[in-house]
Structure formats: structure tokens, C-alpha cells
Write a protein that binds this ligand. Structure first.
Ligand SMILES: Nc1ncnc2c1ncn2[C@@H]1O[C@H](COP(=O)(O)OP(=O)(O)OP(=O)(O)O)[C@@H](O)[C@H]1O
Length: 348
């Protein structure tokens, strides 16, 4: 098989010098329901880099999880990828299109878990309930790494220690139900990181936890990212989390990325009215309760009733009739971010 170089993209929209891990182009993932087609992901373009944290931001139902699950090909029926590509550049310099990789193939199984790992809000979605924590981690390691059982056990205990689980050798023998929520979350992270993935996808990993544990787990992910030069894709609603860990941000609305850029450009100078509204809906220090800005006007439209043109136009204070309802805005580069909005791209 011909060996191609790891793809680098000097003019990358997110980070000019980063090593690209995953390049998503025009990704569409739809659910074919009895009531109609839910276009959960509708033309996502996104790059993910090694050693950088990309936060995916957006209200509930905007397609963040389905986009992430599409990368690993774990979208449940009746959902499926209907268009686009997810080019994964592996450590050997080969490029694999995950969007078309054969489901159940050895290649896909190897990438899942070993090269790309995913953690969820609910740890029990990855941890089995009736098997000891240590056994589950050891089995994952043995599946993906050339190690003896004893070495795998040692690595698992090391990992439990690394994620801040006290008395890791004892906890190795514990069942998930014997641990607190925060400790279970750490055990899931230990399992995800035990194969040293090149990319960690984290879907709201700390939402269910108290603020202190949340901060500890985010710090831990950031630390391990540096240590393993791992790329991190973190899905969150929480702007505080974004401010704490993001280097890059992509804002999603109704299945599309509407703005993306480095975290400073997005926070300092957001261009899409949706990004601005999201940022403004967060209370700031010193702001009195009665002066707090309202949440974004209106609701995300029903997924089966997508507005024509720009899907945000029904809630947008800058709506321009005759323009925004006629066509979908394409992404343009503007002062450090990429934005899909007719305010910035009148000709698109
Ligand atoms: N099994 C399914 N069948 C039909 N539609 C689905 C299914 N799963 C998800 N969807 C739809 O896909 C869209 C995107 O959902 P997704 O879970 O990706 O949103 P999200 O941005 O991650 O939201 P949240 O922040 O609440 O997790 C939503 O409109 C959702 O209703």
C-alpha cells in the first residue's frame, strides 16, 4: 500500500503550524425517522490538531454529539453518514477516511479505542457494570497494546494513579458501583487514555460533576494532552469550561459550524450573531442579577422544520430579509475567525 505523508495544512483555518489529526469535510449525518429526515449534521467542516484542545460549543440539539459520534462511526440507527469525509491521518502517515471505512473492519476497530478514544458524561456508557474496573482497563490495553497480562495490570494501576484515584491497586479490584461519580469518571478517563490515544473526544465529560471535581478533571485532561501530545475535542455548553481549556473553538448551530477560530479571537471578537448571543447570555462577574442579559431569543427550531437560507435567521437580530432567507451563507475568513454569515460575506 502506498505510504503518504501525514497531511499538514499550512494555511489551516484553526492553527497554522499544528499537525492535523482529523480533517472533516462537508460531513452530513442524517436520521431517517418515520416522521422525516433529521439532518443532525448538515455540512460540517472542521480540522482537529495534535496537542490542541478544540471545544465544540452550541445549544442542545445542535449536532455536537452526533458529529463526534460520526468520527468514531458509533451513530445509532436510524442515523447514518450520508455525505462528506472524515480524513484521519494516522501515526504511520496514512490517511483513512473514517466516513467510508467499513463498519466492523479491523482498521476501524483498531482506530476506535487505540488511536481515537471517547469519553462521555455518563461513565457507565463505557464502563460495564458487572466487571471490576481493573479488569476492564487491562482488557482494553491487551486488545490494543503488545503487552503481557502483568504489564497490562501494572499499566492500568499506573493509569488509575495518574487520573488521581487514591489507592489505585485497591481500586483496581473495585466494581464501578463501588466508586463515587467523580471517581467513576476518572476510571473512565483512565480506560480511555490507557492506550495513549492520539485523539480524545470528550462529550460533556464533567457536566454531571461538582465544580471542584469538574475543574480537577479538566486540568487532568489538559495535563495528559501535553504529556501525550494528544488532540482533544471537547463538547460543552459551558463557556466557563471553554475559557479554561480551549485553544480552538467551533460554534455549531443546527448541524453546521457557523464560526470557528482560536479561543482568543472568538472571545474577543465574535462575528457570528449566534456566537455573540451565546457569549452575551453568560452572566459576568459583578453583573447584578436583574441586569443579566437574556438567553438567546426564541428556541432552536424543530429539527424537521429547518428554516430556509441561514438556519439562525429566525432568531437573529441582524436578519436581512431577502438575503438571509434566500441562500445559505458560506464560510469566509475574517480577522482571525472563519464565519458563515451574510453580514460578513454579502456575496456568498
Ligand atoms: N436516534 C435519533 N433519532 C432521531 N434524531 C436524533 C437521534 N439522535 C439525535 N437526534 C437528533 O439529532 C440532532 C442533534 O443531536 P445531538 O445529540 O448531536 O445534539 P447536541 O448538540 O449534542 O445536544 P446536547 O448538547 O443536548 O447533547 C437533534 O435534533 C436530535 O434530536
Amino acid at each position: 500500500m502506498p505510504q503518504t505523508q501525514i497531511h499538514t495544512k499550512p494555511q489551516s483555518p484553526l492553527h497554522p503550524n499544528g499537525r492535523m489529526l482529523v480533517e472533516i469535510q462537508n460531513l452530513k449525518t442524517h436520521f431517517f425517522t418515520d416522521d422525516g429526515i433529521v439532518k443532525a449534521v448538515e455540512g460540517v467542516d472542521l480540522d482537529v490538531f495534535a496537542n490542541r484542545t478544540l471545544c465544540i460549543l452550541g445549544e442542545s440539539g445542535c449536532g455536537k454529539s452526533i458529529m463526534a459520534r460520526s468520527i468514531l462511526r458509533i451513530v445509532d440507527a436510524p442515523g447514518r453518514i450520508v455525505d462528506g469525509s472524515i480524513k484521519y491521518h494516522n501515526a504511520d502517515g496514512r490517511t483513512i477516511d473514517l466516513a467510508t471505512a467499513k463498519q466492523g473492519s479491523k482498521q476501524l476497530r483498531q482506530i476506535r479505542g487505540q488511536d481515537i478514544a471517547m469519553i462521555f458524561q455518563e461513565p457507565m456508557s463505557s464502563l460495564g457494570p458487572i466487571q471490576k474496573i481493573g479488569k476492564q482497563i487491562t482488557e482494553t490495553i491487551l486488545l490494543h497494546r503488545p503487552m503481557s497480562k502483568a504489564e497490562a495490570k501494572e499499566t492500568a494501576i499506573e493509569m488509575l494513579d495518574r487520573v488521581g484515584i487514591p489507592k489505585p491497586a485497591e481500586r483496581f479490584e473495585a466494581y464501578p458501583f463501588e466508586l463515587s461519580g467523580g471517581m467513576r469518571q476518572r476510571a473512565m478517563i483512565a480506560m480511555a487514555l490507557s492506550c495513549q490515544p492520539r485523539l480524545l473526544i470528550a462529550d460533556e465529560p464533567t457536566t454531571a460533576l461538582d465544580v471542584t471535581t469538574q475543574a480537577q478533571i479538566l486540568d487532568l485532561i489538559a495535563e495528559l494532552k501535553e504529556e501525550f501530545q494528544m488532540g482533544v475535542m471537547l463538547i460543552t455548553h459551558d463557556l466557563g469550561v471553554v475559557a479554561q481549556v480551549a485553544e480552538d473553538v467551533a460554534v455549531m448551530y443546527m448541524g453546521k459550524v457557523v464560526e470557528r477560530g482560536d479561543v482568543y479571537s472568538i472571545f474577543e471578537n465574535p462575528k457570528h450573531p449566534y456566537t455573540r448571543a451565546l457569549l452575551e447570555s453568560v452572566p459576568r462577574m459583578g453583573m447584578e442579577k436583574r441586569n443579566r442579559l437574556p438567553a438567546i431569543r426564541g428556541m432552536v427550531p424543530h429539527p424537521l422544520a429547518r428554516p430556509s437560507g441561514c438556519t439562525f435567521r429566525t432568531r437573529c437580530d441582524s436578519y436581512m430579509p431577502g438575503i438571509c432567507d434566500k441562500a445559505e451563507p458560506t464560510m469566509v475568513r475574517k480577522d482571525g475567525t472563519d464565519v458563515a454569515c451574510f453580514l460578513h460575506n454579502k456575496g456568498s
